[in-house]
Design a protein around this ligand. Sequence first.
Ligand code: NAD
Ligand code: MG
Length: 386
Amino acid sequence: MVHDISNVATISLLNVPHVIHIGYQLMDHIASDLTENVNNVSNYVIITDTRLAPLYLNKLFESIQAHLKPNQRLLTRILPCGEQTKCRNAKASIEDFLLSEKCTRDTCLIALGGGVIGDLVGFVAATFMRGVPFVQIPTTLLAMVDSSIGGKTAIDTAHGKNLIGSFWQPRRIYMNLSVLETLPKREVSNGMAEIIKTFAISSESDFVKLENGKTQIESALLGFSNRHELYAGKAMLMNIVHTCAAFKADIVTRDEKENDIRGLLNFGHSYGHAYEARLSPEWLHGECISLGLIHEAELSHYLGHCSLAVITRLEQCLQLYELPVKFDENSKKKLELERVMDIMKVDKKNKGAQKRIVLLKDIGSTLENKPTNVADAAIKHVLQKY
Ligand code: NAD
Ligand code: MG
């Protein structure tokens, strides 16, 4: 439990201590920790997007600049916001910028943004000069609890999302919870889907915190209510992000390249990814995962592994955080059962034609410590209900 919200909590990742830092008002902490621990660097380059730059770039720039040694430079690069930036052109534009600035292998890239900036900058770092250090400063809830941890970096192509990329671990991940105050509500819900997923597979008592803590979490994110409530809400938000991040860090440490247990983090994503392929960009990732979580719980119930009450609790919790639990008529038309089944064939978890899906036993526990083999007929049966 994290009690003191003025403290910075740290988590180790892949047996390296203090990789993840979590707290409020962290800009100065980031600057001092970064320049002290990711040193032997001649250039630091902050890469961010057009929405975040006016909000946080100056403060970060000034904080880091105050800590630079005389022979070090600090550069910045601002890219358009949105998923379309996770592309080959944007990667090439960053590389050309670094080359034109004569950046060498002792360059540290700093990704200030959500999952789009994190995935893109991570992939640039993985291949620039055959690999340079990078750090993540995730600014969305989704990036904090999910995309910034685990070293998966990628760009999208016309053939699909995340198809070109690599595993490349950040040297530090700084989760400055204060930046969540400017995050749009829909993006907060988007991140909540991954938090609900994490607690649904890992801990009933943490899931209960979500069921009971909506008002507190909201007050921390929106910054209103009285001081006492705000303090309690902030402590709770920090505790939730910390627990989620620690859970993912532990799984990644045990199975970095997703051979078995890391597959558990895909709960809700077997159906969810297929829905996303059909409904994006109108539907956000977390919104598709919301339906995916319910339908995979439904699948588990159909196969006799969990009770109806599990589905109901999951559904109510998702609804509480303003996530969709049903498709509207228009989306239903767009989905098309056969197309969804077809997309599910190319799921990375599958072994050949055998589909593998994470099945729930109860809130807080899964049937196996990895995805389970499921027959196509059962998958189709659940899909036909919606
Ligand atoms: P995003 O990076 O597009 O951010 C969403 C929007 O919010 C953007 O417009 C951004 O400018 C804005 N924003 C970000 N932080 C803000 C803040 N604090 N205040 C105000 N506005 C802010 O979206 P995302 O949901 O963070 O990331 C989605 C991406 O993450 C997808 O490309 C997905 O594939 C990837 N992802 C990667 C992994 C992984 O393991 N690498 C895991 C999950 C998702
Ligand atoms: Mg996800």
